[in-house]
Design a protein around this ligand. Sequence first.
Ligand code: SF4
Ligand code: FES
Length: 232
Amino acid sequence: MQVTLRIKRFNPEKDKEPWWGEYTVDAEPTDRLLDALNLVKWRHDGSLTYRRSCAHGICGSDAMVINGSNRLACKVLLKDLGRQITIEPMRGFRVLKDLLVDMEAFLAKYRSVKPYLITYTPEPEKERLQSPEDRERFDDTTKCILCGACTTSCPSFWANQDYVGPAAIVNAHRFIFDSRDEGAAERMQILNSVDGVWRCRTVFNCVEACPRGINVTRAIGEVKKALMLRKL
Ligand code: SF4
Ligand code: FES
């Protein structure tokens, strides 16, 4: 089958404005969009720039706006996209070149919620035990691959880019509800700030965007509820 990729291009060293490049490639319906992008780069224009690594939905590096929705290029099949496919960089992040966006501010927000196990009590002799039920409490939010699709689909983030964003809250949730962790109060204080969880207006775009099927809005709701119950 032949598909035409309409790709938003921008090279800040050469272009004053973004422009649309159109490329037609021969591909199989069961090819992924990433395969088609690779064909464009390898056979049409080697300067086309985008991130990719694992090609299997694990590394989270190839999130982009595909036919208007945030998706991973390596997880979506051409047969599900039609013959004309529009591809843009994720919204709300600075475009470095073509589909490549600057993730630094996003990762700084991730780091700001202390996404690691914090303990103050003395280490047990063997390990910090956890029941399967307690592990289940945060199972959903362990699946995050930090692709940024949730944060860049969020109107609250588009309106205020200081908002910590869904992805950071998901990763805070993963530790706040971990029965072995003792740093919840620190994280809750950060999330209770003016740019924390209360900027979420439960629009649910993040749930639709998440390639890992994480119920992002539910996780944010659970953090909000925990904050109210703690009366921080
Ligand atoms: S929660 Fe989902 S959409 Fe958001 S960064 Fe993690 S994997 Fe990506
Ligand atoms: S290339 Fe790793 S998730 Fe798509």
